[in-house]
Design a protein around this ligand. Structure first.
Ligand SMILES: Cc1ncc(COP(=O)(O)O)c(C=O)c1O
Length: 473
């Protein structure tokens, strides 16, 4: 349908780096020079594929409001947008005869939607885990009792605890909600085993695939397979299509029931002053004018990922993780979290600290003096990060009080470097070299901490952002 998709046939993993928008963008450093940015924050948001951008450019002349428009552009845009739903459904291995794909803003909105629509009451139980991103924990807490499956000292899920909780509360557990891969350790959850245990106890399984889908093949499996995943959510901005779309996939019959959680245009078939008849899924749960461009972009990105092959992406990442850990272990005083003997069961997320240095200081130096983009803190998974750091309940109480009092200076945290499918050994070499420099005390800036935010800033570093980007008005 589009040029960019037609020319993906011969794509290989080696082509992906050149397909990243902004791969060599120079950024300003403290010493007044510039260097090409090294982006190691892909777990937060990935850059866009050029092919995605080209697809949007191809599509924009045809852009039009979808559904119910009668002009050709609207008809074409509707066809393309509806087809994007199917692309996502096939990407996660859903049976599209029985499952629907709902386009929302991001994974957070998807989990909230599912929690709002699951008909949960105070007597129901959702089992989630202590490994989750807050987006797959807090939405459940609003509706029912939540049990958190524990994590082992090394950060892996305590699966025995999960099974015991399912047995103990058999019949009352409506849903097990588990991350497909952790945004802290990168550990991949055994989602199909968990599905079998959940189903055996009468519960359904939701997999938060925000971190999994960009890195591994997601296979929902046939609906009647006991190891089948019932619901999946993902975010396009973590999949090289940062244009504001997320997708929730699940049974049509589930979403055909009940009231939509958000009402307005698009969700209805017919309205009188007294009543409204809801549309069929997915429209019933896509209130208002949808993000057509975002949906098209996601489908285009999936086209690229599939052309390269998720297995090839996983293999590359496994090798690069091994390389990364071997190299990082040479940095004196580094504390690495989530080390594992089996990198195939871990997506490209590397968390660490340097002994005696605040995580925020390390990440500031990497950015300001190394031109390396990482992230630090607790990454929206506070309980899990504190577990990995061995924070005691008493320390946790003190830190919490300090934060409430407006002081984040001692808030515990880590530095996270996260890989994309285009990351390479040179990225890791640059990170390691900079960490070695930090440990030798060879950074030049004077850094001061902002107590309220916890962030460190280098004195005299105030690049003029408008030199790099300005609106053309
Ligand atoms: C595991 C996991 N789940 C959910 C989310 C939330 O995704 P979004 O911010 O796209 O809603 C994230 C984001 O980092 C994540 O890593």
């Amino acid at each position: 349908m589009f040029r960019h998709i037609d020319d993906t046939a011969a794509l290989t993993l080696a082509d992906l780096r050149a397909d990243i928008v902004g791969i060599d963008t120079p950024v300003p450093l403290l010493d007044g020079t510039e260097r090409p940015y090294i982006f190691l924050d892909n777990a937060a948001s990935t850059p866009s594929f050029r092919r995605v951008l080209r697809c949007i450019e191809d599509f924009l002349p045809w852009y039009s409001g979808v559904h119910r428009g009668t002009g050709f552009k609207s008809v074409l845009a509707t066809e393309v947008f509806d087809a994007a739903h199917d692309v996502v459904g096939r990407f996660v291995g859903a049976d599209l005869a029985t499952n629907t794909v709902i386009f929302l803003k991001n994974t957070t909105e998807c989990v909230n939607k599912l929690a709002n629509r699951a008909g949960l009451g105070p007597d129901d139980i959702v089992i989630t885990t202590a490994m989750e991103h807050h987006s797959n924990d807090l939405p459940w807490r609003k509706h029912c009792r939540v049990i958190h499956c524990g994590v082992l000292p090394d950060g892996h899920l305590d699966l025995a605890h999960l099974r015991a909780a399912l047995q103990e509360h058999r019949g009352r557990v409506k849903l097990v909600a588990v991350t497909g891969a952790s945004n802290i350790t990168g550990f991949v959850s055994p989602v199909h085993d968990i599905a079998a245990w959940a189903h055996e106890a009468g519960a359904k399984l939701f997999v938060d695939a925000a971190q999994l889908a960009p890195h591994r093949k997601v296979a929902m499996l046939p609906d009647d397979d006991p190891r089948h995943i019932d619901f999946v959510a993902l975010s396009a901005h973590k999949m090289y299509a940062p244009f504001g779309t997320g997708a929730l996939v699940g049974p049509k019959a589930f979403f055909a029931q009940g009231e939509p959680d958000m009402v307005g245009g698009g969700v209805v078939e017919i309205v009188t002053l007294e009543s409204a008849r809801w549309n069929d899924p997915p429209h019933k749960d896509e209130a208002g004018t949808p993000n057509v461009i975002g949906g098209v972009a996601l489908a285009a990105a999936i086209g690229v990922l599939e052309a390269v092959g998720m297995d090839a992406i996983a293999r590359h990442e496994t090798e690069l993780l091994q390389y990364s850990y071997d190299a990082l272990e040479q940095v004196p005083g580094i504390i690495l979290y989530g080390r594992t003997a089996d990198f195939a069961q871990k997506v490209g997320t590397i968390t660490f600290n340097l002994e005696g240095k605040h995580n925020s200081l390390v990440s500031a130096i990497l950015g300001i003096e190394g031109g390396i983009g990482v992230r630090n803190g607790c990454f929206c998974a506070h309980p899990y990060v504190k577990h990995m750091l061995g924070v005691t309940p008493e320390e946790d109480r003190i830190f919490t009080e300090e934060v409430i009092a407006g002081n984040k200076s001692r808030m515990p945290g880590m530095v996270r470097a996260s890989l994309g499918c285009y990351s390479n050994e040179a990225d890791i070499d640059a990170l390691v070299a900079m960490l070695q420099r930090i440990q030798r005390g060879e950074y030049r800036g004077t850094y001061r901490q902002n107590v309220a935010s916890g962030a460190f800033h280098a004195e005299g570093y105030a690049p003029d952002a408008s030199r790099y980007f300005r609106y053309h008005i």
